[in-house]
Design a protein around this ligand. Structure first.
Ligand code: PEP
Ligand code: MN
Length: 256
């Protein structure tokens, strides 16, 4: 075990996670079109977000649901980055696209469903790229630490952890957001930890309060699904907030 208790910061473009100032990554669940992501990128930047998220390869439970725009979506994200200067965060599901992601993506997300994909963890571990490692939806803290350890052992310590809720018996929320994991993971791994209240609750009405609570729990940042027209979002609209609320949350969290 090499992770234990060595404090690390992780720098993505101009922003360093783990220095005490929360960093907000915001954007739609999915990149839907060129116009959509460009308009959202401008809006989230205006709202004060530091980075732009948007899935182009989507891990959907139902194979008949929208699967993402793939590499075309990545081109749109890059265009949005060029126009706004926002670094981009998107999920890698398939090692086939690793080289393209290393070249073009600022922060590579490994999603909840792939936290146990040790071949993929090793592959991103062999790069020098910052990795956003989400907690597996049924992963214990120990298993999540070990997943980070897989990346580290392969040679990459540029890891940001993301608590995104776990499956429990509770049905009022999509997942149970485990905020106790934030101080535990920070202490056990020394890595920056951010919180995703969107997948963590599945509920638009809980994003503001859980964002503030996440920051109060010591989170180094937030990953928030936001859209210019949340009701029209093609994926995860129930948990997607509008830009006005995003701005309010960012203001509250920076001055918390
Ligand atoms: C996402 O962030 O788009 C996503 C699919 O999240 P998770 O892997 O946490 O379900
Ligand atoms: Mn989503």
């Amino acid at each position: 075990m090499r992770l234990l208790r060595k404090e690390r910061t992780v720098t993505v473009s101009d922003f360093t996670f783990g220095l005490g100032t929360p960093i907000v990554i915001a954007g739609p669940c999915s990149v839907e079109s060129r116009e959509q992501i460009i308009e959202i990128a401008k809006a989230v930047k205006q709202a004060g977000a530091q980075m732009l998220r948007g899935g182009v390869f989507k891990p959907r439970t139902n194979p008949y649901d929208f699967q993402g725009l793939g590499l075309k979506g990545l081109d749109y994200l890059l265009e949005a980055k060029a126009l706004t200067g926002l670094p981009i965060v998107t999920e890698l599901m398939d090692e086939r696209y690793l080289d393209i992601f290393v070249e073009q993506v600022d922060l590579i997300q490994i999603g909840s469903r792939n936290m146990y994909n040790y071949a993929l963890l090793r592959a991103v571990g062999e790069t020098k790229k910052p990795i956003l490692l989400k907690r597996g939806m049924s992963a214990t803290i120990k298993e999540w630490i070990m997943a980070a350890e897989h990346i580290l052992k392969a040679g990459n310590d540029q890891i940001i952890l993301c608590e995104r809720g776990i499956r429990t018996f509770e049905t009022y929320t999509r997942n149970t957001l485990d905020l106790a994991a934030v101080p535990i993971m920070k202490r056990e791994t020394g890595l920056p930890v951010i919180v995703d209240p969107s997948h963590g609750t599945g509920r638009r009405d809980l994003i503001e309060i859980m964002s503030k609570t996440a920051i109060a729990s010591g989170a180094d940042g937030l990953l928030i699904e936001a859209h210019i027209n949340p009701d029209e979002a093609v994926s995860d609209k129930e948990q997607t907030i509008d830009i006005g609320l995003l701005e309010k949350i960012i203001r509250a969290c920076n001055t918390y």
